[in-house]
Structures are given as C-alpha cells and as structure tokens.
Design a protein around this ligand. Structure first.
Ligand code: G2I
Length: 450
C-alpha cells in the first residue's frame, strides 16, 4: 500500500483549490494532446519556468494553462526577490505564480533556496556564524510560507565549479562555511517541509564529466550518511557548444541508481526546425527510459521571453505557435500525432479502451473509502490511466492496487500490478480519504487504455 498525504495550507485557506479541481478535471477529459496530459500518461509532469510579469498576457496564460502540468518561478523565489533586506520577506510575485498554478491544478517546483547568484547585497558581508544563521532563516522563511505546496525544492543550486577539476565554486557560503553548507541546507530544508522533495540542481552535469562526477560523489556520500536528499536536477541548457550529451540517459540512470529521483529542470535547446526537434526527442526519450526521471521542465513558454531568446530555444515561437520541437516532444511523450496516438492506425493496441466507475465502499464521520472499477472495452488492454478529482478540502491518506501521481487535487492513477485486462474484464483500486468538512463525492474523469 502506498501512502500519499496531500497537504493543503496557504492555498486552501485562500480557497483556491476548488477552482483547481474544476480546471484540472477539464484537462483530464481531453485526449493526451497536450504536453502535460501526454506526460501524465507516462507518469511524469511536464513543466515550464514562468515569470509573474507575463501572466497577464492572455496568449501566454492560455498556452501555459493548456500545455503544462508544473511551473517553476523563473526568478520570483530567488533570495533577492524574497528577502531583499534581512528578515523581511516579500512573496507577492511568487504567490501570484503559485496561486495561478493552483488555480489550474498545476504543481510547483521551488527554485531556489541557496545560490551564489541573485543574492541581495546584505548577504555577502556577513561573518561565518551570521551567514549560517541567515541561510537557515532564509530556508525556513521560504519553505515555511509554501509548506505543503511545493513538490520539489532546489535547495542548493550550482555549487560546483565548471571545468575539469570537479571542485566547489567559490561563493559566500562555500568560502565562509566550507563544504558542509550544502549538507546543512538540506537538513534545515527537511525539517522545514518534510513533504517536499529536496533537490540539488546544476548545469553542465548532464553527461558524465568531472563536474557531474563531483556531484555524484556528493550525493553518494549524502545517501550513505543519511543526509536528506531526494532528487538531482539536471538543468539541460543546450546549444551547439554544449549539445545533448550522448551519455545523457546513462548519466541520469547512474544518479537514479544512487536512490534519488532525477528531474530535467531547465531544459532549452538553441536552434530551430527538425534539428532542434530531434534534440528535444533525445532528451524526452532519455527521461522516459529512466524510471526515476519524474518530470521535465522547459525554461520558459515562448522564445520571446527566453533568457536566451536569440537562440530560439523553446517549444513555442514568439507568437505562441507550436514549433517542430513541440510536435517532437508531444510525440515522444506518446501524445497525439505520434507513436501512441489512438488515431494512428499503425499502433498496436489501437481500439484499446476502458471505463471507470466510482463507488463509496465505507463511510464514517471523518472519512470514507472510495473504489474505482476499471473495465476494459471490446479489446484486451495492457495498461490503463484514470483520473480522480477530489473536492478541495479532502485529502487521500492511502491508496491500494494503483499507483497515483498528484497534480493539485487531481490524482492520476495507473496500475500497480493490475494493468492487463481481457476484453470486458475489470479490476479496481481503492483509497481512503479524509473529509475535512466536505462529504462531496470525487469526480472520475476519462479512463484511457493502451
Ligand atoms: O541563467 C539561466 C538559469 C541557470 N540556472 C539557474 C536559473 O535560475 C537561471 O535562470 C535565469 C533566468 O532565466 C533569468 O531571467 O537566471 C537569470 C539570473 O541569473 C535571470 O536573469 C535575470 C536578469 O539577470 C535580471 O537582470 C532581470 O532583472 O532576470 C531578471 C528578471 O527578468
């Protein structure tokens, strides 16, 4: 039995999650013809970096809301944006992004707590002990504000030097606190929000090289000593000087084999046309080949707002048109238009279908057990995916005979052992939910089968 506890704090009090349920349910009724829904079919999220200042642009928001299932604030959670003077936190811009994401049923990645760049000027002059106190207070301030709302935090960003030696980068933290600052940041972060996945995030670590070897050794050491780390982020900023490495998948896999999740956190690939599309395909295929690669984030919605806008590195052009790279990613994710498209007559498994029905099997004052029965259609199926949208207040404490992933309060459930069904045959998964004041029934969305 897998245990899932959904935490609702800031958003629930703001009453935003109910709206998320409605929109996310609408998403789930669509075929896998968007990046987010196609990735969900593979048990992954597909995210983008977002700037709060663009949310008011209707094409930007429409593309974001339609295509993506996770967001990363591009700058709004960084130290200079959130604690510009010591002890005085401002969350206005970051809250805008988190509220928007929650209203659309999207997850949020937190970026980033401890980084040498975009530091406000008051941090660098601090003495060692004071810097340690300030670092921990900053982590606690951010993670406390968003407790239960961030699926993964980049706790420490870019702490290793480029180049051949694999040494630590000079920074106020490294120079004054020594190597131990990373470990201390992770321990503080775990205590601040035990539900968040804690990631180390870096660039030029995408293939096997001296820098990624140094990160690998650190993660291995952390795992052996019980230092809390859950994931490693591979930024994946690629261009002709820094192409997608041929050992990308192998490198992701060797980190996963240490017992951490891996995530592609800031993907962009300069270029255009079919060459760019082919490179994006390589990245998506690498992630899908590594079971612990839990999701991908591109570093922006549209080329026009990219930090490397001259290199047109993203999936939508400046007018929000889908580029060839978009189709390549969607296809690699098994979305419509490519392999896995239910409309593609060349695919085995076409005609596979299923239905999902819900019943409440037990009921008590504070909670209930729900059961969703999956029935194959006229053809045998080898897998199924069902979505269940919980009423805003409710939370699921356990689920059996299925494997859930969460996006807001929508759970997408795939088989744990019971994917294969003969034509017309049924299986079911069950879950226990806390009512938290709402006795309403969950909504079961479209069942998809392959
Ligand atoms: O540099 C690309 C990324 C590398 N990994 C860490 C990421 O956090 C980093 O993101 C970029 C943002 O995409 C840029 O938007 O980080 C840059 C700063 O290090 C961001 O640039 C800053 C500009 O330097 C500021 O002048 C500007 O005010 O963006 C700010 C907001 O537009």
């Amino acid at each position: 039995m897998s245990m899932i506890v959904r935490r609702l704090s800031r958003a629930a009090t703001a009453g935003l999650v109910a709206a998320a349920a409605l929109t996310a349910a609408a998403h789930s009724a669509e075929a896998a013809d968007t990046l987010g829904s196609a990735a969900a079919g593979q048990g992954r999220y597909f995210g983008t970096a977002v700037a709060a200042s663009h949310l008011g642009e209707s094409d930007y928001a429409a593309t974001l809301d339609r295509e993506f299932s996770s967001v990363t604030p591009e700058n709004e959670m960084k130290w200079d944006a959130t604690e510009p003077s010591r002890g005085s936190f401002t969350f206005t811009s970051a809250d805008r992004i988190v509220d928007h994401a929650q209203s659309q049923g999207m997850d949020v990645r937190g970026h980033t707590l401890v980084w040498h760049s975009q530091l406000p000027s008051w941090v660098s002059p601090l003495g060692a002990q004071d810097l340690r106190t300030a670092m921990n207070a900053h982590i606690n301030g951010l993670m406390g504000h968003y407790k239960g709302e961030i699926h993964s935090w980049d706790v420490v960003n870019e702490a290793f030097q480029d180049g051949g030696s694999g040494t630590r980068r000079s920074s106020p933290f490294q120079d004054k606190l020594g190597d131990g600052f990373i470990e201390e940041a992770f321990r503080t972060a775990r205590a601040a929000d035990p539900a968040a996945k804690l990631c180390y995030n870096d660039y030029n670590t995408d293939g096997v090289n001296a820098k990624s070897n140094a990160v690998y050794d650190m993660v291995k050491d952390f795992k052996s000593r019980g230092v809390p780390i859950d994931c490693v982020g591979f930024q994946s900023h690629f261009n002709s000087n820094s192409p997608v490495p041929s050992d990308y998948r192998h490198n992701l896999q060797r980190f996963a084999d240490l017992g951490v999740d891996v995530q592609i956190t800031e993907l962009d690939i300069e270029g255009s046309g079919s060459a760019q599309a082919a490179d994006y395909t390589k990245v998506v295929e690498a992630c899908l080949a590594v079971s612990r690669c839990t999701g991908m984030t591109v570093w922006g919605v549209t080329d026009k707002y990219s930090w490397r806008s001259g290199g047109t590195p993203l999936l939508f052009d400046g007018d929000y048109n889908e580029k060839p790279a978009y189709g390549a990613v969607l296809s690699a994710l098994g979305g419509s238009g490519g392999p896995g498209d239910p409309g593609d007559p060349g695919d085995p498994g076409d005609g596979a279908s299923c239905t999902a029905t819900y019943t409440r099997t037990a009921d008590w004052s504070s909670g209930y057990n729900g059961q969703v029965t999956i029935t194959a259609g006229a053809e045998p199926i080898s897998s199924w995916t069902a979505t269940v949208t919980l009423p805003a207040q409710q939370s699921v404490s356990s689920l059996w005979n299925g494997t859930p992933t969460w996006s807001g309060n929508v759970m997408t459930v795939r088989p744990s052992w019971n994917g294969t069904l003969a034509a017309g045959a049924s299986t079911s998964f069950g879950f226990t939910a806390a009512k938290n004041g709402s006795d309403a029934a969950p909504t079961v969305g479209t069942c998809t089968a392959s």
